[in-house]
Design a protein around this ligand. Structure first.
Ligand code: ZN
Length: 412
């Protein structure tokens, strides 16, 4: 029986090894944007396909820093997980560990037992890689407090550590800190969305408290963005709140909206909806939209170029007399809660890429009947906005809509 050291020596004799410098060079071309057709960028026959780089170390070692773009498959899970990293048995794979021994053994397993044809082990492992001064990526890890706070998310395979980190790094903008915005803000803050932007120019009124649960009686008269910020801080001080105590309009929309990953639309007027649509199609930011009236709610996700936009669905605004935002209307107090939580769910799905987002579908909720109806909605090839590439949508075209005050006045 061979000793451990002898076994590793034997394995290294029969597998292929590769120097860190060579690995770095092979990873380089497409990182610089040369694309898959690297032949022109690469004279000396090194135009081989970019290898899949697999880190076979333990979780804590990977978290302390790894080769940028490396896939983590701990050696203990090699056989069960390698196909997730590379299902193609002929594709080039480079394995590495701390110093080159575990990766040599893993390379031997891949070749001899799993039939991989193009496997190499990186000599000297990440230790030599670092000694050469090459880049190391340190993934974000959760603090003990965050591990505890988000433990129920971490238990879900669809969210897990990766999904939670995505949530923590995400920026979500809420248009309105009212009926829909209240539950959305509270639950997204609880879920650990890293940055919540709030746009609202209103102050808390006692008539809001029937449904706008982020506000309190003690904060009547305060700006809604301040009141909401206080509630979010109490719930989850890790969330950064960015306040915009203003109304969204053509003059500020591009400045406010840019840089957010998802926008939650709870605005109550059509001109802003069209303006928002046009700006977000141009910036390619998905919008989770809901509206409520009486006992009825509507919900849709507008993901630019993936599904229809708001204008595909509503090419023209409804007649002014049917526009609910022109005056005070009755609404069941719990209805924005129901619709807002459906919106928050869609936001989390978009950020974590879990499940099927409500793209190309419109959900209608009838609270009195306790029924949900789903309608398929398609992109309009003639859509004035999303039928064209984003760069062609000009500032002048955005939010083209009749003057709003005139529009409401016409409603009588
Ligand atoms: Zn469209």
């Amino acid at each position: 029986m061979a000793s451990g050291a002898e076994l590793i020596r034997q394995v290294k004799d029969r597998i292929a090894e590769v120097d860190p410098r060579e690995v770095r060079d092979r990873l380089r071309p497409s990182e610089n944007g040369a694309g898959s057709n690297g032949a022109s960028a690469n004279g000396a026959g090194a135009a081989a396909a970019k290898p899949v780089v697999v880190d076979v170390r333990e979780q804590h070692e990977f978290e302390e820093g790894h080769i940028p773009g490396a896939v983590h498959v701990p050696r203990g899970h090699l056989e069960s997980r390698i196909e997730g990293a590379s299902a193609d048995r002929s594709a080039p794979i480079v394995l590495y560990c701390a110093s080159g021994n575990r990766s040599a053994l893993a390379a031997d397993t891949l070749e001899r037992q799993l039939g991989y044809e193009n496997v190499e082990s990186m000599t000297g492992g990440i230790t030599l890689w670092k000694d050469r001064g090459f880049d190391v990526e340190v993934p974000r890890a959760l603090t003990p407090e965050q591990r505890s706070r988000y433990s129920r998310h971490l238990l879900l395979p669809e969210v897990g550590l990766e999904g939670q980190i995505r949530l923590l790094e995400s920026k979500v903008l809420l248009l309105g800190a009212g009926g829909l915005g209240s539950p959305v803000a509270l639950y997204l803050a609880a879920a650990g969305v890293g940055t919540l932007g709030l746009v609202d120019d209103d102050v808390v009124d006692v008539s809001n408290l029937q449904r706008q649960v982020i506000h309190t009686g003690a904060r009547v008269g305060e700006p809604k963005v301040d009141s909401a910020e206080e509630a979010i801080r109490d719930l989850n001080p890790g969330v950064e709140v960015v306040k915009y105590n203003t109304r969204l309009d053509a003059s500020n929309i591009m400045e406010i909206v840019e840089g957010y990953d998802v926008i939650v639309d709870g605005v109550d007027n059509f001109p802003t909806r069209y303006l928002l649509n046009d700006a977000t199609v141009r910036l390619q930011i998905p919008v989770v939209s809901a509206s409520i009236l009486g006992f009825d709610g509507q919900l849709a996700v507008f993901k630019p170029y993936d599904g229809p936009c708001y204008r595909c669905l509503y090419p023209t605004p409804p007649p002014a007399e049917l526009a609910p935002s022109c005056g005070a209307n009755g609404v069941l107090g719990v209805l924005p809660g129901t619709m807002g939580l459906l919106q928050a769910t869609e936001v989390i799905k978009l950020v974590t890429e879990a499940g099927d987002p409500l793209v190309g579908r419109l959900v209608l909720y009838d609270a009195l009947a306790a029924s949900f109806t789903e309608l398929k909605v398609r992109r309009d090839p003639e859509c004035p906005i999303c039928s064209r590439p984003p760069g062609e949508i000009s500032e002048e075209e955005m939010g083209v809509f009749p003057d709003y005050e005139a529009f409401c006045a016409a409603a009588g």
